[in-house]
Design a protein. Structure first.
Length: 459
C-alpha cells in the first residue's frame, strides 16, 4: 500500500551513504541536500531536500555538514604501511584509526528557514539529518523580531549531549533558570538533555569595525575547550587579538586565545581565521585564513600556521613548493594521513600538471626530540692538595642530566595517487563506519573518493 511505501521511504537507509550539500541538481531536481548509496552507486530520489529562506528568491544554503562521529588516530606510533613485508602479508594493515560514533545524525547548518516540501517547521538555520528527513534541533533559537537573516556557518559537537553553532546572527531565547529572555550573539550552545539553546555564560564575540562572522569551531575534549576562529576583534566590546578566541567549558568564560591573534602585514589591520582543525593526538591547532602575521610572536606568516597547545609555540606552515589557494574553509581537513589542504596551485609550486591545477597538499606532523644538556661545574681548587681531586672531577665520566621535550616537525607532500582536477575543489570530508580511512573530495560538478592502500611488490 502507499502508506507502507511512504513509511519505508522515511526509514534511514541501511547501506552506507554519502550525503552531499550545496546548490545542485540531482536527476533534474534542484536540491541542497542529496544522498548517494555508496554500495549501489545510485542517488536517492526521495532524500532530496531543497531549502527555503524567508523573503529570498535564491533559496536556502548549507554551509557545513558535521558528522556525529570522532576519529581517533595513533599515527606517531604506527605508520600507514605494512611493517611485515613477508610473503604472507600481501596488503597493508588498515590505517591505525578508530571511529567513535556519538550519534547517527548529521548536523546541518547554513542559512535556511524551512524546506520546499509542505513543511511549516522553522529550522533557524540548523537541523539534523538522519538519512531520510531533516529535523529540528531544539526549540526557540529563532526570535521573529531579532533573527532575520540568521546565518550559521559552522558547528562543533562536544560529546554526546552538547552542540555549539556559530556564525553571524543575533537572537534571544528564554532562560528558565533566570526566568528571563537572554540574548545570543554569534555563538549558541544546545544541550540535548535539557533540550535548550543558550548563549555562552560569560563573553560574547564582538567587533569594533566589522560585522562579526565566526567561520570555524574546534572542540578540544581533553581540555574541555572550544577554539573559535573568524572575523572579530573583541569580546564584550573589549579588544582582543583578532581572529581567534577560546571558550573554557568548565569556567564558562570566553577569552582571548592563548596563542594570540592574526593580523595583516600592517599590524593595525586585523586578520581573519577562516578554518581551524585540532590534532588532539599531537596537541596541535592548525589555523588557516586571511592573515600575514602572528601577533603572539610577531612572525610573518602567509595564511597557514600551527599552534602547539602544550608549548604555546607557533610554526608558520606556508611553503612555496606546496602552495595552494583554498576556495573556503572546507578545503582544510585533518585526516588519519595528515592535514589535507585543497586549492589551486600557485606559480612556484612543484605540482607537475598545470592543466589540472586544483589539487591537494598533505602536511604530516612528526614528533621530534630535543635534548637539553645541563652543564656541570667543576669543583674549585683551594690549593695544591686539591689539584688532583679537581682534575679527577673535570675528567669524570658522570652522565649529564638530560631532559627531553616533545616538539613537532612539519613535512609537506602532494596527495599520492590524486591527479588533480581542472575544476575547483570546495570540500573535503572523512569517511566513517565501513569507509573509515576514506577521504571524500567534492568540487564543481564532481565527487571523488581517495583511500590509502599499500601492497607488497615481490622483486
Amino acid at each position: 500500500s502507499s502508506s507502507k511505501s511512504d513509511a519505508a521511504a522515511n526509514l534511514p537507509p541501511k547501506d552506507p551513504q554519502l550525503v552531499v550539500a550545496g546548490k545542485m541538481s540531482v536527476e533534474n531536481g534542484a536540491c541542497n541536500i542529496a544522498q548517494l548509496n555508496l554500495k549501489t552507486g545510485e542517488w536517492s530520489l526521495q532524500q532530496r531536500i531543497q531549502l527555503s529562506l524567508y523573503n529570498s528568491y535564491s533559496g536556502g544554503e548549507v554551509y557545513s555538514l558535521l558528522a556525529n562521529h570522532t576519529l581517533v588516530t595513533n599515527s606517531n606510533q604506527k605508520e600507514f604501511r605494512a611493517e611485515d613485508t613477508s610473503s604472507k602479508h600481501t596488503s597493508a594493515d588498515r590505517p591505525h584509526v578508530s571511529d567513535t560514533v556519538i550519534g547517527g545524525d548529521l548536523i546541518v547548518v547554513g542559512a535556511f528557514d524551512t524546506t520546499y516540501r509542505n513543511s511549516q517547521t522553522t529550522y533557524c538555520s540548523v537541523g539534523k539529518w538522519d538519512g531520510s528527513q531533516l529535523s529540528k534541533i531544539g526549540e526557540g533559537l529563532c526570535n521573529s523580531a531579532l533573527s532575520k537573516g540568521m546565518k550559521i556557518t559552522t558547528a562543533a559537537i562536544a560529546g554526546p549531549n552538547d552542540v555549539y553553532v556559530a556564525g553571524s546572527f543575533q537572537t534571544q531565547v528564554w532562560n528558565g533558570e533566570k526566568h528571563e529572555f537572554v540574548k545570543i550573539f554569534n555563538i549558541a550552545h544546545f544541550n540535548a538533555i535539557d533540550q535548550v539553546w543558550l548563549p555562552l555564560p560569560v563573553g560574547q564575540i564582538t567587533c569594533s569595525w566589522c560585522t562579526v562572522t565566526i567561520l570555524a569551531l574546534a572542540w578540544d575534549s581533553e581540555r574541555r575547550q572550544l577554539h573559535v576562529a573568524g572575523k572579530f576583534n573583541a569580546i564584550d566590546g573589549n579588544n582582543i587579538p583578532a581572529g581567534l578566541a577560546v571558550y573554557d567549558q568548565d569556567s564558562g568564560h570566553l577569552v582571548a586565545h592563548p596563542g594570540g591573534g592574526l593580523t595583516m602585514k600592517n599590524v593595525t589591520e586585523d586578520g581573519v581565521g577562516t578554518a581551524i582543525q585540532l590534532d588532539k593526538e599531537n596537541g596541535v591547532l592548525y589555523v588557516m585564513g586571511a592573515f600575514e602575521r602572528l601577533t603572539a610572536v610577531n612572525q610573518a606568516c602567509l595564511g597557514l600556521a600551527a599552534y602547539e597547545i602544550n608549548t604555546g609555540s607557533w610554526t608558520c606552515l606556508a611553503d612555496p613548493a606546496h602552495s595552494v589557494v583554498p576556495t573556503g574553509g572546507g578545503n582544510m581537513l585533518l585526516t588519519p594521513y595528515g592535514l589535507l589542504v585543497a586549492g589551486k596551485t600557485t606559480e612556484n609550486t612543484t605540482w607537475p600538471d598545470s592543466s589540472r591545477p586544483y589539487t591537494i597538499a598533505v602536511l604530516k606532523a612528526t614528533v621530534k626530540k630535543k635534548v637539553y644538556v645541563e652543564e656541570t661545574t667543576p669543583l674549585e681548587s683551594e690549593g695544591d692538595d686539591n689539584d688532583d681531586a679537581s682534575l679527577r672531577h673535570m675528567n669524570s665520566t658522570e652522565t649529564p642530566e638530560k631532559r627531553a621535550e616533545a616538539d613537532h616537525e612539519f613535512i609537506w607532500s602532494w596527495l599520492p595517487g590524486f591527479d588533480g582536477h581542472d575544476e575547483p575543489i570546495h570540500t573535503l570530508s572523512n569517511g566513517f563506519g565501513d569507509y573509515v580511512g576514506t577521504v571524500f573530495i567534492g568540487g564543481d560538478n564532481f565527487i571523488a573518493k581517495w583511500s590509502y592502500k599499500t601492497v607488497t611488490v615481490k622483486c
